[in-house]
Design a binder for this molecule. Structure first.
Ligand SMILES: *Cc1c(COP(=O)(O)O)cnc(C)c1O
Length: 390
């Protein structure tokens, strides 16, 4: 019987121990004991299956990776210490000097930094293209292009990449297809169906969903994940067993949480759309979204993030943030608590205003990570802050 997403997320857990526990226990141990010298030798050689050391494997990290693998419809997976550990590993483990990375420009700031600042020191070249411009992607492929890197919906502007187009492009040019699925989660979008070779997560966001722990994962085709696993067990970006235990529990409620995040986000987007102080609302499942047809095809719901352009530029944006009472002003997203960010004065303030516009950040752009509070309270807070920030 093919089980549904929710059932897999709840019922895929490690085998019970002799204690007959109902919920998975936590294995806080750095190493594991061998039955004999021969057994130890076999495990070291990889001829006998078994745990050796928690940087290599641990029942909790394995359970989390296996479960996420099932949810993403991928063959294999490995857990990482954070989302950035997943991004860095997926890239660094697969490129060498002389290779070229083709990436969308509107990606998480630190991912952009790895591609444009860290990997070039090792002789890796890069090009950034607009995430939604299929022709630009195709035109930027070079002889030495090794992989493409993409996030959709993009951060923070929520544009949509055409996953199927990119899948075909990667096959025809023999490119590794790497996709950060953090904003959508496997509940809304499964990039492997479109040919993604490696699907990355910052589990810190919606997967934990409660703002508690850092974590990440790389899921994908067996041989590509194997390269990442070998890199991690030697470089040390392994997920801690405690965080894995928390995250594996969190996956049990991912579906119900995402349903509510999406419902609340759509209600907020509709409220903003009719408000006279709002210039433009960006939400993938609003009919006014420029790539609406693509977004409803790729994502089963619109996600928990809403963007809008507030009238009055940078100063109004700051006044609006200061007037919010319920929303948190913080750098995270995908939390139970609603969060508002103003990229022009915070995350992207180091960029010149032309550069901000290049990645789609206008002076009054606000990004909401819509939480799980009651939708009326979320909307009431935004409404009063709009009134009190004139
Ligand atoms: C937060 C985030 C990351 C980095 O994850 P950490 O867990 O903070 O290291 C990577 N990609 C995206 C899209 C993110 O939002």
């Amino acid at each position: 019987m093919n089980k549904h997403f929710e059932t897999l997320a709840i019922r895929s857990q490690m085998e019970r121990t002799a204690q007959n526990e109902h919920s998975t226990p936590l294995y806080l141990t750095s190493s594991f004991v061998f039955d004999s010298a021969e057994n130890g030798a076999g495990i070291f050689k990889g001829e006998i299956e078994g745990n050796l050391y928690s940087r290599f494997s641990n029942p909790n990290t394995d359970e989390f990776a296996r479960k996420l693998c099932l949810l993403e419809n991928c063959e294999s997976g490995v857990a990482t210490a954070s989302g950035m550990a997943a991004v860095y590993t997926a890239l660094a483990a697969h490129v060498q000097a002389g290779d070229h990375i083709l990436a969308s420009g509107a990606i998480f700031g630190n991912s952009r930094y790895i591609i444009s600042q860290i990997l070039p020191k090792m002789g890796v070249e890069y090009t950034f293209v607009d995430v939604d411009d299929n022709q630009a992607w195709e035109a930027a492929v070079r002889e030495n292009t090794k992989l493409i890197y993409v996030e959709t919906p993009s951060n923070p502007t929520l544009k949509t990449a055409d996953l199927a187009f990119l899948g075909h492009m990667c096959i025809s040019h023999d490119l590794l297809y790497v996709m950060d699925n953090c904003f959508a989660t496997p509940y809304l979008q499964q990039p492997a169906k479109y040919g993604a070779d490696l699907v990355l997560h910052s589990a810190t966001k919606y997967i934990d969903g409660q703002g508690r722990v850092l974590g990440g994962a790389i899921l994908g085709k067996e041989e590509k994940v194997r390269v990442c696993y070998d890199f991690i067990r030697r470089t040390g970006a392994s997920l801690s067993p405690f965080n894995a235990w928390v995250l594996s529990k969190s996956l049990e409620t991912l579906a119900v949480r995402m349903d509510r995040h999406c419902d609340n986000a759509l209600l907020l987007a509709k409220f903003l759309e009719q408000h006279p102080d709002i210039e433009q609302v960006t939400y993938p499942h609003l009919p006014s979204y420029p790539q609406y047809d693509l977004a409803i095809k790729q994502m089963s719901q619109g996600g928990g993030l809403v963007g809008c352009e507030i009238k009055g530029g940078v100063e109004r944006g700051k006044r609006f943030l200061n007037a919010l009472q319920l929303h948190s002003l913080t750098a995270n997203l995908g939390d139970t608590r609603s969060i508002a960010t103003h990229p022009a004065s915070t995350t992207h303030s180091k960029l010149k205003s032309e550069e901000q516009l290049e990645v789609g950040i206008t002076p009054g752009f606000i990004r909401f990570s819509v939480g799980l509070e009651h939708s009326n309270d979320i909307i009431a807070d935004v409404e009063q802050a709009l009134n009190n920030s004139q």
